[in-house]
Every structure is written in structure tokens, then in C-alpha cells.
Design a protein around this ligand. Structure first.
Ligand code: FAD
Length: 532
């Protein structure tokens, strides 16, 4: 801890946990409502994801112009992104710029982890405590704790015995790390791995990529943003805003497969491949619902992998074969498949010989030991529920959230959990969250919560609590929507499959019209909520 401070003992209107894009905007809106706020973040500053994930190559895979707040036109006009897909330092600088401009850091105590939050029914307030002895009472508790903020610790025997340097992409050091002249192991081949591998391969003497499950990756085709790009962006902006407001929650696309000839489909895949980015999943309207359309899009990527990777055995090992394309988070890269043509890069196929242990010298598979100087664990996150369940949250009757979610997360609209009055979750499970542009989703939730709190005050309501039946109905709708898609067919972190023992429940809402649903709930006097 860098600074010593006295514990905070206070009564406020709202506690906000998390100073990422969700928490920062929440503070801004609560201030506008005239509320007193206490914020907490375990990080040493603002930015959330972009504070923690400083690994080489860390980058947004939504175009920077769209991965921006829309609530401040002043910021939109003043901030200039340098690249089509911004890198982590630039996104972190942006978060700091906005926070400084609107004085959003002041309410936060940093380097402070929230340990517990308990509802006191008699006082109708939340009591929030931290690892620094803070004890804060608040009418409202807003969890802006992030969907991808709890790195998944790898569980490989012998990890502590390793004598070289170890890193997790999600908690990268602030000081520069040099891999020059080093032999490096990267364990994992998800988004963070794919981004870091292409950078580490430029520097390391030798790089071993340990792959258990090959993932689909599409080229970003990143590049500098010019005045021309900006002019085109502002021209499209009204249409873009409308598209966000009409939100289709990640399932979008052009024509359905059956209305296109095979040549037209191919041309469409080729066109989107050349444009670059995750927009590839929009090639066909039914790409995420129709297995035949999905296979066609997946086969096109497999062809590209075979064309790119010179060694046929390595190419074959890189072909994703156990999930529909898009059903796991699609990766967006800059030269990923090409990296395997470099003499200093070796793919270690863990399907043939799994990792047995980390040894003092390196990584040992069932086939051989790989001595290395450094290990990079790109092993992902305890997604969507991890940060919430890390806090001892107790609702009505002292009932723990961990019990309420024993069989998987249940929420009403991803915004509240029945039994936990006056507590809101930003981009909680049961909302589009990780399948959307998350800045937009954070903004939508913050706007909805702020409007709700203003309404609650204006109507003399002290307690707003999701009705259990409304929650059950919403959970059924979330499941029904997922079952119409190919998402549940993958063992992804969307269903908690990367965490041993985590209940397998598809967590994001993919049904579409989400904003309209939330708006109609509000317009009907907060339908599905108990108001006292
Ligand atoms: P976060 O940014 O995760 O912030 C949550 C904060 O809460 C963290 O700072 C954390 O320290 C704090 N916190 C959590 N628990 C506690 C506690 N108990 N006590 C105190 N503090 C706590 N999204 C996209 O839309 N497009 C992308 O291209 C994209 N790329 C990504 C790449 C990576 C490597 C990662 C990890 C995520 C990416 N995301 C992307 C998702 C990203 O998380 C969101 O875009 C966005 O930054 C989320 O903001 P947030 O405020 O909801 O949460």
C-alpha cells in the first residue's frame, strides 16, 4: 500500500465499488442527483480493466471511436484516438482524462478492497466494510466491479517452485518487462494470450505457446486514425447512436445464409476478413443461430489458417474444432497465425501431451520439460460473477449472495438480485454485458440506475427490491434466448466452464431489445420491483 490513511467511517447516499468506465460514469450521474458518494477500488487509480491489464499488446477489440463514452459530447469532440483499435496505455490515459475533467477521482478511496456489504433492514441501509478498516453506511450500494476483473489463478502443480519470473496478464506489473534474449512460455490461447504472443514473439529469444484449446482469431487490420476516418465517423454517428439505442445485444448481421449463394457468402466472408475485426461475426444474420451458416464462416477462417501457417502440422493444431465460431469470445489479432512461421516460436500442443507440472526450471508436459526464463499465464478470468462473489454480500435476513447464486447467477435484468434491496449491479449477469460494447452497456445501466434513484426519491420510495417472480421470469427469458443460439454449445467463460466447480449457466442476455425492455420496466413505474 502506498499511502497510509485513517479508516473512513461515514454515512453517504451511495457507495460505488469500482472506478472503471462503469463506476466513473456512475459517480458523475450520482453527483448530478446531488447525492453524497463514497467510492472504493482495489486499484491504485481509475480505469478498471485498463488499469490492471498492462500486458504487451493489450488492446481494445472494439474500434476506439466506438469504445468511448457518449455521455459527454465535449469529451467526444476533444479526445483524439491515435489508432483504429486503441492500446491499453491510451485507453487508460482516456479514463484519467475524463476522470480529471469531471473530478471523478475525488470520491474514491483507492488501493482499498471492499470485503463485505450487508443490508440492515431496520435502518434500510447498506453497511460496507473494506480491508483498510473503512465502515460506511449507505442507502444505495452500486457494484461497478467489472465482468473481467478477477484473474483466474492457474492451478498447476509446482507453480511456486518456478525460479524464473511469472506473470498473469490480468495483473501485469507497472514497470516495463523486457523479454529480450529470454526464453518465455505463454500458457493459454484466449484473447489476452493472442494479443501478448504477437508482441512477446518480437522480443523473446524463444517463445513456447502452450495451447490446450485453439480459438478463432480474425485480423484486426489496425492502423492510424486520420482526419478522413474522423470525418466519416461523425457522418455515421447519428446512425450509430440509433443502432446502439435499438441494440441487438451482439447478434447482428447482414442477410441470412439461405438468401445468399455460396459465392456471395464467400465474398462476404472475404470482404469482412479484409476489413478486419470482430465484425466478421456479422457476415451472416444467422451466423450465431444456424449451425450450417456458422460452419461456413468457421471453415473460411480454418482455410485462412491453413493458408497462413507454413508448417501443415502446426496449422492443423491451430484449427479450432470444438466450438462454433463466435460461441467463445472471438479473438482479434495483429499477425497471430503468422507468428508461428517465425523460427523462434514453437506451438506446444497440450492435447497431445498435457502440462504435468511447473518445475523450478520451466514447464513439464507428459512428453518433455521446457526450460524457460519466464512464464506468462494468460489463463483468463472468473468472469461476470467472480468480483461480486469475492465480496461477502448479505441481503434481507442476512442471506448471502453466494447462497442465492449457488446454482448460478440469477438477477432481474442484470441490474438487481431479489433479496438484495437498493443494491445494483452494473453489467451484471443476465444483461448483454460481455457480448456488447461494454462502454455502451455501462452507460445504459448507469443511466437506468440514476433515473431509477431520481424517481425513487421523487416518489418517496425508500426501498426498491426486485420481485422474486419477476426475477424468475427474467432468468427464464435469458435462458430461452441463449437456447435459440449456438452460444451454449461452447465450453466458454460465458457459461463459467473455465472455472472448476462453477455452475454452468449461460450468463449474458442475448435476446435483443434489452434497452427497450429496461425502459418499459421504468416507464411502468418499475414493474417487477417491490417499492416501499
Ligand atoms: P472494470 O473495468 O473491470 O472495473 C472494475 C473495477 O472494480 C476494477 O478496477 C476492480 O479493481 C474494482 N473492484 C472489483 N471488486 C472490487 C472490490 N471488492 N473492492 C474494490 N474494488 C473492486 N470490452 C469491450 O467492450 N471491448 C473490448 O475490446 C474489450 N477488451 C477487453 C480486453 C481485456 C484484456 C479485458 C480484461 C476486458 C476487455 N473488455 C472489453 C471488457 C472491459 O472489462 C470493459 O470494456 C470495461 O472496461 C468494463 O468496465 P467496468 O467499469 O464495468 O469494470
Amino acid at each position: 500500500m502506498t499511502d497510509q490513511r485513517a479508516p473512513i467511517v461515514a454515512e453517504v447516499d451511495a457507495v460505488v465499488v469500482g472506478a472503471g468506465f462503469g463506476g466513473l460514469y456512475m459517480v458523475h450521474r450520482l453527483r448530478e442527483l446531488g447525492m453524497s458518494i463514497q467510492g472504493f477500488d482495489a486499484a491504485g487509480g481509475v480505469g478498471g480493466t485498463w488499469y490492471w491489464n498492462r500486458y504487451p499488446g493489450a488492446r481494445c477489440d472494439i474500434q476506439s471511436l466506438f469504445y468511448s463514452y457518449t455521455w459527454s459530447e465535449e469529451v467526444q469532440k476533444a479526445w483524439r484516438w491515435s489508432e483504429k483499435y486503441a492500446a491499453q496505455p491510451e485507453i487508460l490515459a482516456y479514463a484519467n482524462y475524463v476522470a480529471d475533467k469531471y473530478d471523478l477521482k475525488r470520491p474514491f478511496a483507492f488501493e482499498t478492497k471492499v470485503k463485505s456489504a450487508a443490508w440492515d433492514a431496520a435502518k434500510r441501509r447498506w453497511r460496507v466494510t473494506t480491508d483498510r478498516g473503512d465502515d460506511v453506511s449507505a442507502r444505495f450500494c452500486i457494484m461497478a466491479t467489472g465482468c473481467l476483473s478477477v484473474p483466474r489463478a492457474p492451478e498447476i502443480p509446482g507453480q511456486d517452485s518456478f525460479e524464473g519470473a511469472s506473470f498473469h496478464t490480468g495483473t501485469w506489473p507497472h514497470e516495463p518487462v523486457s523479454f529480450k534474449g529470454k526464453t518465455v512460455a505463454v500458457i493459454g490461447t484466449g484473447s489476452s494470450a493472442i494479443q501478448s504472443i504477437t508482441e512477446i514473439a518480437k522480443e523473446a529469444e524463444r517463445l513456447y505457446v502452450f495451447q490446450r484449446t485453439p480459438n478463432f482469431s480474425v485480423p484486426a487490420r489496425n492502423g492510424p486514425l486520420t482526419d478522413k476516418h474522423y470525418a466519416a465517423f461523425w457522418e455515421q454517428y447519428p446512425a450509430y447512436r440509433q443502432m446502439v439505442l435499438d441494440g441487438t445485444a451482439g447478434i447482428a448481421g447482414g442477410s441470412p445464409m439461405r438468401s445468399l449463394t455460396a459465392e456471395q457468402q464467400r465474398a462476404r466472408f472475404e470482404e469482412l476478413w479484409n476489413i478486419g475485426g470482430a465484425g466478421y461475426l456479422g457476415a451472416l444474420a444467422d451466423l450465431l443461430t444456424n449451425p450450417v451458416a456458422n460452419d461456413a464462416a468457421a471453415n473460411f477462417v480454418r482455410e485462412k489458417i491453413r493458408e497462413t501457417v507454413k508448417d501443415p502440422e502446426v496449422a492443423e493444431a491451430l484449427l479450432p474444432d470444438d466450438h462454433p465460431i463466435g460461441a467463445k469470445r472471438i479473438c482479434v489479432d495483429t499477425g497471430y497465425y503468422e507468428v508461428f512461421n517465425q523460427e523462434n516460436v514453437t506451438l506446444v500442443n497440450l492435447r497431445k501431451a498435457p502440462i504435468e507440472a511447473i518445475t523450478p526450471a520451466g514447464v513439464r508436459t507428459t512428453a518433455q520439460e521446457y526450460p524457460v526464463d519466464a512464464i506468462v499465464y494468460a489463463t483468463g478470468f472468473d468472469a461476470m460473477t467472480g468480483a461480486l462473489l469475492n465480496i461477502d454480500i448479505r441481503g434481507e435476513g442476512g442471506f448471502p449472495l453466494a447462497e442465492a447464486w449457488r446454482d448460478g447467477p440469477k438477477t432481474y435484468l442484470g441490474l438487481q438480485v431479489a433479496g438484495f434491496p437498493n443494491l445494483f449491479t452494473i453489467t451484471g449477469p443476465g444483461s448483454p454485458s460481455v457480448l456488447s460494447n461494454m462502454i455502451s452497456s455501462c452507460e445504459q445501466h448507469v443511466d437506468w440506475i440514476s433515473d431509477c434513484l431520481a424517481w425513487v426519491d421523487a416518489n418517496g420510495v425508500e426501498v426498491i427490491a426486485a420481485d422474486p417472480q419477476a426475477q424468475e421470469d427474467w432468468v427464464a427469458k435469458v435462458n430461452e434466448a441463449a437456447d435459440k443460439t449456438l452460444f451454449p454449445k461452447a465450453n466458454s467463460w460465458y457459461i463459467g466452464a473455465n472455472i472448476p466447480g462453477k455452475p454452468r449457466v449461460f450468463m449474458p442476455y442475448v435476446g435483443g431489445h434489452y434497452r427497450q425492455i429496461c425502459n418499459s420496466v421504468a416507464a411502468e413505474g418499475y414493474r417487477g420491483f417491490r417499492l416501499e
